[in-house]
Write a protein that binds this ligand. Structure first.
Ligand SMILES: Nc1nc2c(c(=O)[nH]1)N[C@H]1C(S)=C(S)[C@@H](COP(=O)(O)O)O[C@H]1N2
Ligand SMILES: [Mo]
Length: 327
């Protein structure tokens, strides 16, 4: 098996080029180029020129505990290089803590220990798992996946976790169960939400899938990234990863997994149904009403922080795995 170990964990790699990343003019250009618009994104609020040395230390402290597992050889690499963690873990969406992309520091307020995940609804084996139960019951593996946000930016990320199918089988859904609903952590004392003035945001964040989608080989629960446990900004301690769908389908910091007969309501779909569908498969031919999806910007790529633009691929390149679900 080829070694896939770039130097993710070398601290020196984490602290170079901040000035390029946070260059304000370039950042604004990128945000506008990606069609960043009104309600979902206000990327400019949190941008800064550079990190102070104490912020660098603070960032490095977010990166979790070592968690080394075998790579799944079927998902050992994709046709693009892995995004450097200094970009992937400092450019996040986590609206519970605010709307900025540099939400990594605010997200440290998330309390993750202890953590429980309730599996409930139309199943024969309802169960509440501690995080350790989950990690022991379901063997962990590493998978390198493409990741595509509906906002037209993309990354390549080495996740650690386990296939959703294993948890689905352990839950033993009843015949009436047709969908699954994921619910994220929410506590208004801890998760203030964004400052933009949409009243009645439908917290907690919630997402869903058809059970056939959950059973697909690609559908994954992540508990780690870059050889470590998941940083809070990525949705610690457990989040959904669905690489053929737009990023918003992958609920972070999951506390509840519920099996239902009816298609569940979902967070962004409730806020803006004609912009964020339930299915939300990556598709270059279906534009977002406010921007094209034909191309995407690769976070952290290119020289001098000027992110490369690449064509968007149907199902984010995973058609061989998932196209049959949508016949
Ligand atoms: N609970 C919760 N989950 C969430 C979000 C969020 O705001 N809250 N944002 C979504 C969006 S829009 C994206 S693109 C991805 C971002 O994941 P990352 O920050 O780990 O790259 O998380 C998704 N899951
Ligand atoms: Mo997103």
């Amino acid at each position: 098996m080829p070694s896939l170990r770039p130097d993710w964990q070398s601290p020196s790699r984490l602290i170079t080029s901040e000035s390029a990343f946070f260059n304000r003019r370039r950042f604004i250009k990128t945000a506008i180029g990606a069609g960043v618009g009104a309600s979902m994104v206000t990327a400019l609020g949190g941008c800064r020129r550079s990190l102070s040395s104490s912020e660098r230390r603070q960032f490095e402290a977010t990166l979790g505990e070592p968690l080394r597992v075998e790579a799944n050889p079927n998902f050992a690499q994709v046709d693009r290089s892995i995004t450097e963690q200094k970009y992937a873990s400092r450019f996040n969406n986590f609206y519970e803590f605010g709307q900025s992309k540099t939400i990594w520091s605010e997200a440290q307020a998330l309390p993750v220990d202890p953590w429980q995940v309730e599996v409930t609804g139309l199943v024969n084996n309802p169960q509440t798992y501690d995080l350790d139960d989950l990690r022991q019951k379901f063997p962990l593996e590493e998978r390198v996946y493409r990741f595509r946000c509906v906002e037209a930016w993309a990354m390549v990320v080495p996740w650690i976790g386990f296939p959703m199918r294993l948890l689905l089988e352990a839950a033993a859904p009843q015949p009436a169960a047709k969908f699954v609903r994921f619910e994220s952590f929410y506590d208004p004392e801890i998760t203030p939400g964004p400052t933009f003035s949409l009243s009645n945001l439908p917290w907690p964040y919630h997402e869903g899938l058809r059970l056939e989608e959950m059973a697909n080989e690609l559908a994954f629960f992540a508990v780690g990234i870059y050889g470590r446990t998941l940083p809070k900004q990525h949705g610690a301690p457990i989040r959904a990863v669905l690489p053929w769908k737009y990023g918003f389908k992958g609920a972070k910091s999951i506390v509840k997994i519920e099996f239902t007969a009816e298609q569940p309501a979902t967070y962004w779909n409730t806020l803006s149904p004609n912009e964020y569908g339930f299915e939300a498969n990556v598709n270059p031919e279906i534009p977002h009403p406010r921007w094209s999806q034909e191309t995407e910007k690769l976070i952290g790529s290119g020289s001098q922080g000027d992110w490369e633009r690449k064509p968007t691929v149907i199902y984010n390149g995973y058609g061989d795995y998932v196209a049959q679900l949508y016949k």
